[in-house]
Ligand binder design. Structure first.
Ligand code: NAD
Ligand code: ZN
Length: 377
């Protein structure tokens, strides 16, 4: 490409200060350095983590947020061999270096080199930002910064996918949806015909329910304090619902009574510590498995009686649905291409890049599931 090796001037949505609306600015994007790629972002979407760090008064401002997206490689830096200009990619907030003990373990996806780091606003290679305005650096976010027409990423944080896959749909597989889906499919592993409880029916929980549907669970019980989530959740395979507020006994007991002793699997997608404990205690003794996905409050403590473990219940936790980004995400995209995974139903809104702040408003109001931000039109 004729832009390779040169600075690109393009539009980016810059967060100058915590909690202030983003402003579309012309930024300069430096060429990718060793083991980096420059990506033309075509579609991006908003996830809670962006909003959380945009609101938080961290020292890392001005900053370009965004981590759920789809794009095309524009150019590559020295040493990059496994992707090339023109490849379709999904950026990922956590990476896969393929060389560290985690990457070499078949069981882990928590890469030592490229694991999520929300405090870092610069590239790993040289400790500098690739974005600037009039020579002043604008910081990166989780190594992705997809609220920009062009962004620079470490090659270990991009998953090369099938070029036939529509980027305006599969872009949402780069974070929240894969997290929930993988929590069920890779970690809870519900046997066909089993009963699964999903705690929290936000984007992640609905994706966990979709995973249970794909795995062939016969009963999928959605648990949420907000009953307005229930109707929508039917589209994701939920067959029954429990609102803990409707009962004057513990939700563990409500679920045990509904299921002859407990559910076979549960997946917690709330971030609430009580829901985490409930999700564990509601699984059947002898074989039940509970999986925690939600990110808890920093002071939270998990308390349960050890007999719950001795009675052969298993508790697990997962990060990004246990998917290794580069190795496994292309297969998640294929699951969509084979029409096993339904992605369209997660996409409830779409706005042009100039109206990106509308996506923040929708999320603040808790409206819809995913809003696609179109970079080009
Ligand atoms: P969301 O806010 O859209 O949905 C959470 C849902 O949980 C809401 O519908 C809420 O009403 C419900 N809820 C809250 N407390 C509850 C309780 N005590 N009992 C039952 N329902 C309750 O959030 P989301 O975007 O779907 O994300 C869910 C969680 O997953 C968050 O904590 C997020 O930080 C986490 N997350 C984890 C990973 C990971 O890799 N482990 C990745 C992405 C997101
Ligand atoms: Zn690694």
């Amino acid at each position: 490409m004729e832009t390779a090796g040169k600075v690109i001037k393009c539009k980016a949505a810059v967060a100058w200060e915590a909690g202030k609306p983003l402003s579309i600015e012309e930024v300069e994007v430096a060429p990718p350095q060793a083991m980096e790629v420059r990506v033309k972002i075509l579609y991006t979407s908003l996830c809670h983590t962006d909003v959380y760090f945009w609101e938080a008064k961290t020292p890392v401002f001005p900053r370009i947020f965004g981590h759920e997206a789809g794009g095309i490689i524009e150019s590559v830096g020295e040493g990059v061999t496994d992707v090339a200009p023109g490849d379709h990619v999904l950026p990922v907030f956590t990476g896969e270096c393929k060389e560290c003990p985690h990457c070499k373990s078949a069981e882990s996806n928590m890469c030592d080199l490229l694991r999520i780091n929300t405090d870092r606003g610069v590239m790993i290679g040289d400790g500098k930002s690739r974005f600037s305005i009039n020579g002043k650096p604008i910081y990166h976010f989780v190594g992705t910064s997809t609220f920009s027409e062009y962004t620079v990423m470490h090659v270990g944080c991009v998953a090369k996918i099938n070029p036939e896959a529509p980027l305006d749909k599969v872009c949402i597989l780069s974070c929240g949806i894969s997290t929930g889906l993988g929590a069920t499919i890779n970690v809870a592993k519900p046997p066909k015909g089993s009963t699964v409880a999903i705690f929290g029916l936000g984007a992640v929980g609905l994706a966990a329910a979709e995973g249970a549907r794909i795995a062939g669970a016969s009963r999928i019980i959605g648990v949420d304090l907000n009953p307005s989530r229930f109707e929508e959740a039917r589209k994701f395979g939920c067959t029954e619902f429990v609102n803990p507020k409707d009962h004057n006994k513990p939700v563990q007991q409500v679920l045990a009574e509904m299921t002859n002793g407990g559910v076979d699997r549960s997946v917690e997608c709330t971030g609430n510590i009580n829901a985490m404990i409930q999700a564990f205690e509601c699984v059947h003794d002898g074989w039940g498995v509970a999986v925690l996905v939600g990110v808890p409050h920093k002071d939270a403590e998990f308390k349960t009686h050890p007999m719950n473990f001795l009675n052969e219940r298993t508790l697990k936790g997962t990060f990004f649905g246990n998917y290794k980004p580069r190795t496994d995400l292309p297969n998640v995209v294929e699951l969509y291409m084979k029409k096993e995974l339904e992605v369209e139903k997660f996409i409830t809104h779409s706005v042009p890049f100039a109206e990106i702040n509308k996506a923040f408003d929708l999320m603040a109001k808790g409206e819809g599931i995913r809003c696609i931000i179109r970079m080009e039109n």
